[in-house]
Design a protein around this ligand. Structure first.
Ligand code: HEC
Length: 449
């Protein structure tokens, strides 16, 4: 058999698989960062409370800790597996690439995660029940374990963008896949984000305190913590852009609209202004305003890095060798991985896809449109809306309403099939396949309203 390793495509015509993954991941990122930031803040606050003999500060640890348990840990534990489920069906080859390189890193991360969960319970329920030293020690272990989970996951995440160092392609192995300047730049940006989001979530809890003096003090500490976080994010975002390989920067430059940079600077600027305002005027804060700010800061804090990351790694989904449409584009000798693209080019996707109904493998006048639709779903739907004329990057948008099959064919031949577009995979369709795709797209245009 000439099959290559492909799975059935998960196609959601309304939203697209990519946006489902993004939605679940965004929720997860908020909760997980809120817990890492809180762990650091707790360690500092608990240490301070015992040193200066100010047990009232522990009230915040107790209240916020409980809130965190429900808010972060329950939601984080639901959306975490949610990412696994959605990426496994949305991008099985991408997730497989990560598992093959990082299975032990993930296992290690789980160990730290278990320590973290036990730690947060201990921290909250042992307030006042154990001696100062033990409680402080628990706080520091909790903070260390939280940060370790973030660091481990980040090494894996940044591999999606780019393997730690270019030697990885030839040599393989953890050392080259995991560590790289890009990993550390991301770690620092996320540390800043964790601090900022903790400041906002913490102020939802602290602004409800009855004791005015305690409320003011905790809110100010949180604002300072958030301010520091925003500055860290801002500074390291620009370092991050320098750790990206040249071709990715090129893609980024060409694809980003002119307003993107000003929008990034404005987002960070607004965060700084918000924290400065609350630092000097804690009275304006109440739980409602703080909750609204949570949504705003989530958006402002995540938007620059996430959009940048998503746009720059195109057309790949992982390690600069798995295309978003799941086809392996290049050899990776270090991991004994062989490119599948040449086989697709030689035999045609209809012959090498293991999950295609037999009657679609050969194109006839009767099945042409249906096969064209299947090709669009398999090869393009990861990044484009392919069955309607509206939605996310609809394919028909690039065809200007043309219904002339020969014209569409010529255009796709020169762009997609030739592989001339840097942010899109090369898609080597056989002439009959291109014919079917063009016929289907012409038909879609003809029926567009
Ligand atoms: C890895 C994701 C990805 C896949 C898979 C993909 N595209 Fe694209 N494609 C893009 C992106 C990103 C753009 C740029 C969109 C923009 O800037 O509006 C694009 C643009 C295009 C354009 C416009 C080209 C231009 O001059 O900018 C055409 C035509 C196109 N895609 C067709 C296809 C077809 C047909 C398929 C499947 C056979 C496909 N694409 C698969 C990501 C993808």
């Amino acid at each position: 058999m000439d099959w290559i390793a492909l799975y059935p495509t998960w196609y959601d015509p309304a939203m697209g698989s990519g946006y489902w993954i993004a939605l679940i991941a965004t929720i997860h990122v908020v909760f997980s960062h809120a817990s890492v930031g809180a762990a650091i803040f707790f360690a500092w606050l608990i240490n301070k409370a015992y040193r200066e003999d100010r047990p009232e500060l522990l009230t915040f640890v107790k209240r916020y800790g409980l809130f965190l348990l429900i808010f972060s840990y329950v939601m984080g534990s639901i959306t975490g597996p949610g990412i696994w489920y959605s990426t496994t069906v949305g991008s099985p080859k991408g997730i497989s690439a990560l598992i093959h390189s990082f299975v032990w890193k993930w296992a290690t991360e789980w160990v730290f995660f278990v320590i973290e969960v036990v730690g947060v319970y201990m921290l909250i329920y042992l307030v006042g029940k154990v001696d100062k030293r033990t409680h402080t020690l628990v706080a520091f272990i909790f903070a260390g374990a939280s940060y370790a989970t973030m660091m481990l996951i980040l090494g894996i995440l940044s591999f999606m963008m780019w393997p730690g160092s270019p030697e990885w392609f030839a040599k393989g192995g953890t050392f080259y896949s995991f560590f790289g300047p890009n990993t550390f730049a991301q770690l620092l940006i996320r540390t800043g984000f964790a601090m900022a989001i903790t400041a906002v979530v913490g102020s939802i809890v602290a602004s409800a305190f009855k004791d005015a003096e305690l409320k003011r003090e905790v809110l100010r500490k949180l604002a300072a913590f958030g301010l520091l976080g925003s500055v860290i994010m801002f500074v390291f975002y620009f370092w991050y852009l320098h750790t990206i390989p040249e071709n990715a920067v090129e893609v980024f430059r060409n694809r980003m609209p002119g307003w993107f940079y000003p929008a990034v600077v404005t987002s960070y600027g607004l965060m700084v202004i918000y924290f400065l305002t609350t630092l000097f005027n804690t009275r304006i804060l109440n739980p409602v305003l703080a909750s609204i700010m949570l949504v705003v800061v989530t958006f402002m804090g995540l938007f620059p890095t996430e959009i940048t990351r998503e746009s720059m790694r195109k057309p790949y989904v992982a390690g600069q060798y798995v295309y978003s449409n799941q086809i392996i584009a290049r050899d990776v000798p270090g991991m004994d991985i062989h490119a599948e693209l040449p086989k697709v080019a030689e035999k045609g996707i209809l012959k090498v896809h293991p999950f295609l109904p037999e009657n679609y493998r050969t194109i006839t006048d009767e099945n042409r449109l249906e096969v064209g639709r299947q090709i669009a779903i398999i090869m393009c739907s990861n990044c484009h809306q392919v069955t309607r004329t509206e939605g996310i990057r609809p394919l028909t948008d690039y065809l200007g309403g043309v219904t002339d099959v020969a014209r569409i064919k010529r255009y796709l031949q020169g762009t997609v099939v030739a592989g001339n577009i840097m942010y899109m995979p090369r898609i080597p369709l056989k002439p009959a396949e291109l014919d079917a795709l063009a016929a289907y797209l012409a038909d879609l245009n003809a029926h567009a309203h």
